[in-house]
Design a protein around this ligand. Structure first.
Ligand code: G6P
Length: 616
C-alpha cells in the first residue's frame, strides 16, 4: 500500500527519496510524488499518476534539489489515482504532508476547514490533515506543537510526514495504526514507512510506537509519546543483507523467492529443534508456562496467511488433539465471539502490519482472561519489529527475509513450518502427541529443506504444464484434507498474478456444484500425496475426466496416478503426509508464476493489489 520516505541532510536528498520510493514499489501503489525545500526556501513538488519511473522521467526534465524533503507512493482509497490526488499535499505554499492510512472523520473536518476559508484541490482524506495542521500552526507557531494539536482531532489510521518552509531544519512525523521508522545517519536522518526504503543509506533504525510524534533534524531526533512526554526509543541495528532487495539472476522477485524456500525454511528451523523435540523456549521466555495451559486455539489472519492457518487447524487437531478455530481477520474483528476457556489467540502475518489482523489482535486483547478472554496472544510473523509482534505476548518469527513479490510464497511456507513447530510443542505439553511421533516429525522437518530443493528441480516440467493454462479463463483447484487449503492457496496465487479466475474446492464437494462448470475449457488442478484419501481423490478425478475436463495432477510418485489422455501428471517426491502441504505448495507457486509469465502480466506487482494492506 502507500509508502513514505523523508530525509533531512546537508546534501541534495532527491536521489535518496526516489531510491526509497523504488524500494517501496513492491507494496503496491498507483501514483507517486516528492516535495523538496529548495535553496531559496521554496517548497517544490512533482507528482505523477502511475509508476515511480514516470515520476523519475518528470524529475529528469525538471530536476529538484534540496536538503529537506518527503516523498510518497499512493494506493488510491479516497479519489482516483491522479496527479492532484497524489501526495505530497500542500496547504498554502509553505506546508507539505504525506500520509499513509485513512482518516475516518475527514468529511466533518473538510466542512469545518472550508468554512474557515481553506481551498481543497483534491478528493483525498489526506488534504484535511495538511489544512488542519496549517490552521494549528498559525495559532501555535511551532510545527511539533501544531502536529500534536492536529492528531488529537483525527480519527482513523495514519503515518504522517511533514515539512514546512518556515521551519526548514526539521522533518516531523507521527504514527497511529500505520508504521514509521526513523533511519539514523551521520549528520543526516531519514524517515520511512518500511526500513527497506532506507537500507541504501543506513542500517541503524528507531521504530516509532503508536501515538509517537518525532521531530527529526540533521543531528538529533526528539520523540514524544502518546501523552506528549519525551521518550527515548531503542536504536536497532538491521542485519538482513542489502541484497534482499535485489533480484539477482532471477527474472522476477517471485521466482527468486520461490527458489529461496529451502534456505529460509532451514533458517526458520534453526535453533528451534532439539535432538528429538521442539524447543519451547524458541517461543519466548514465558512460553513454557503459558503454552502448557492452552486447551484451545483461535487463529486469525488474512490472505495467504489465512491459508497457512487453515493447514494448521488440521495439524493441531490431528497431532496435538487441540480444538482449533480459524477465521479471516476482517470477519473476526467485527463479530461477537464466544471464547472457550484457555484459548491461545494466534495471529499470522507476513508483514505484521495488516490492518484487519492487527485490529483483531487488539479486540482479542481487550477481553480479559478469565472473563471470557484469551489466555495469551501469539504472533507468527516475518517482521520482528512489526506492530503485531510488539503487541503480542509471544512471538514466533518466520525467517523468510524481506518478501518483495506481492504474491506471497516463502512467507507462506515458513509460516507453515512455524505452525508445525507450534503444533508439536503444544501436542507434547498437552499430552496429545507421543514422543515417538514428535521425534519422527522433527527428523522429517530436518530433511524438509532438501525435499523442497528436490521439488524445485521440477521447475522446467511445471513451466511446460503452464502452457495448458495460458489461453484459459477459468480453473478449478481440488484437494482433500490438509491439501484443501493448499489448493486454495494455489488458486489464490493463480488469480493474483495471472488474472485467471481460479476457485478451490474440497474434492468431495465437486458433485455439489462445481462439476457443472467442468468442460474441456476449464482445467482442473489437483494435489495428490499418497495418503488414506488418495483413493477417494482418484474417484473425483474420474468424475472430471468423464465430463471432458483436463486434469493436471501433482501426485506422489507412489500414488498410482498415471499420465493419460487429458491427464497430465507431475510426479512429486514421496514425503511424510504431515509435511505434504509444505512440499505441494511449491509446484502450485511455480505453476502460477509460469502462467503469469506466459500471459505477460506484472508478476511482482499485480494490478490492484498491495503487499501489505495497512488500511481496512
Ligand atoms: C495482502 C498480500 C497477501 C497477504 C495478505 C496478508 O493481500 O497481497 O500476499 O497474504 O495481504 O498479509 P500479511 O502481511 O498479514 O500476511
Amino acid at each position: 500500500m502507500c509508502g513514505i520516505v523523508g530525509a533531512v541532510a546537508e546534501r541534495n536528498i532527491l536521489p535518496v527519496l526516489v531510491e526509497g520510493l523504488k524500494r517501496l514499489e513492491y507494496r503496491g501503489y498507483d501514483s507517486a510524488g516528492v516535495a523538496l525545500l529548495d535553496g531559496d526556501g521554496t517548497l517544490q513538488r512533482v507528482r505523477r499518476p502511475g509508476k515511480v519511473s514516470e515520476l523519475e522521467q518528470a524529475l529528469a526534465t525538471a530536476p529538484l534539489n534540496g536538503r529537506l524533503g518527503i516523498a510518497h507512493t499512493r494506493w488510491a482509497t479516497h479519489g482516483v489515482p491522479s496527479e492532484r490526488n497524489a501526495h505530497p499535499h500542500f496547504s498554502g505554499n509553505d506546508l507539505a504532508l504525506v500520509h499513509n492510512g485513512i482518516i475516518e472523520n475527514h468529511e466533518p473536518l473538510r466542512a469545518r476547514l472550508k468554512d474557515m476559508g481553506y481551498l481543497f484541490t483534491s478528493e483525498t482524506d489526506t488534504e484535511v490533515i495538511v489544512h488542519l495542521l496549517h490552521h494549528h500552526l498559525d495559532a501555535l507557531g511551532d510545527l511539533a506543537d501544531a502536529l500534536k494539536a492536529t492528531v488529537k482531532e483525527l480519527h482513523g489510521a495514519y503515518g504522517l510526514a511533514v515539512i514546512s518552509a518556515k521551519q526548514p531544519d526539521r522533518l516531523l512525523a507521527t504514527r497511529s495504526g500505520s508504521p514509521l521508522v526513523i533511519g539514523l545517519g551521520l549528520g543526516e536522518n531519514f524517515l520511512a514507512s518500511d526500513q527497506l526504503a532506507l537500507r541504501q543509506v543506513t542500517d541503524r533504525f528507531m521504530y516509532l510506537e503508536e501515538g509517537d510524534i518525532a521531530e527529526i533534524r540533521r543531528d538529533s531526533v526528539q520523540v514524544w509519546d502518546l501523552d506528549g512526554q519525551p521518550v527515548q526509543r531503542e536504536q536497532v541495528q538491521y542485519h538482513e543483507g542489502a541484497e534482499a532487495a535485489d533480484k539477482g539472476a532471477y527474472r522476477h522477485f517471485m521466482l527468486k523467492e520461490i527458489h529461496e524456500q529451502p534456505k529460509v525454511v532451514q533458517r526458520t528451523l534453526e535453533g528451534r529443534l532439539g535432538l528429538d523435540h521442539v524447543l519451547v523456549e524458541a517461543f519466548g521466555p514465558q512460553a513454557g508456562a503459558l503454552l502448557a495451559k492452552v486447551r484451545n486455539v483461535q487463529i486469525v489472519a488474512c490472505g495467504t496467511s489465512y491459508h497457512a492457518g487453515m493447514v494448521a487447524r488440521y495439524w493441531l487437531e490431528e497431532l496435538a488433539g487441540i480444538p482449533c478455530q480459524i477465521e479471516v481477520a476482517s470477519e473476526f474483528r467485527y463479530r461477537k465471539v464466544v471464547v472457550q476457556p484457555d484459548t491461545l489467540f494466534v495471529s499470522i502475518s507476513q508483514s505484521g502490519e495488516t490492518a484487519d489482523t492487527l485490529a483483531a489482535l487488539r479486540n482479542a486483547k481487550q477481553l480479559a482472561p478469565g472473563a471470557g478472554g484469551y489466555l495469551a496472544s501469539l504472533a507468527i510473523c516475518n517482521v520482528g519489529t512489526s506492530s503485531l509482534v510488539r503487541e503480542s505476548d509471544l512471538t514466533l518469527l518466520t525467517q523468510a527475509g524481506p518478501e518483495i513479490g506481492v504474491a506471497s510464497t516463502k512467507a507462506f511456507t515458513t509460516q507453515l513450518v512455524a505452525l508445525l513447530l507450534l503444533t508439536l510443542a503444544l501436542g507434547r505439553m498437552r499430552g496429545g502427541l507421543s514422543a515417538t511421533v514428535e521425534a519422527e516429525l522433527v527428523d522429517e522437518l530436518r530433511r524438509l529443506p532438501t525435499r523442497l530443493g528436490e521439488a524445485l528441480g521440477m521447475d522446467k516440467t511445471v513451466e511446460k504444464v503452464a502452457e495448458l493454462f495460458a489461453e484459459k479463463h477459468h480453473t478449478l483447484f481440488l484437494g482433500r484434507g490438509a491439501q484443501y487449503p493448499v489448493a486454495m492457496e494455489g488458486a489464490l496465487k493463480l488469480k493474483e498474478i495471472s488474472y485467471i479466475h481460479a476457485e478451490a474446492y474440497p474434492a468431495g464437494e465437486l458433485k455439489h456444484g462445481p462439476l457443472a462448470l467442468v468442460d474441456s475449457d476449464m482445467p482442473v488442478v489437483t494435489v495428490a500425496p499418497n495418503n488414506e484419501l488418495v483413493e477417494k481423490l482418484k474417484s473425483n478425478l474420474q468424475e472430471v475426466r468423464a465430463r471432458g475436463g483436463q486434469l493436471v495432477v501433482f501426485a506422489d510418485i507412489e500414488a498410482g496416478i498415471d499420465n493419460g489422455e487429458g491427464t497430465h501428471v507431475v510426479s512429486m517426491p514421496h514425503i511424510h503426509d504431515i509435511l505434504a502441504p509444505i512440499l505441494y505448495t511449491l509446484p502450485l507457486q511455480l505453476l502460477s508464476y509460469y502462467v503469469a509469465v506466459l500471459k505477460g502480466t506484472d508478476v511482482d506487482q499485480p494490478r490492484n493489489l498491495a503487499k501489505s494492506v495497512t488500511v481496512e
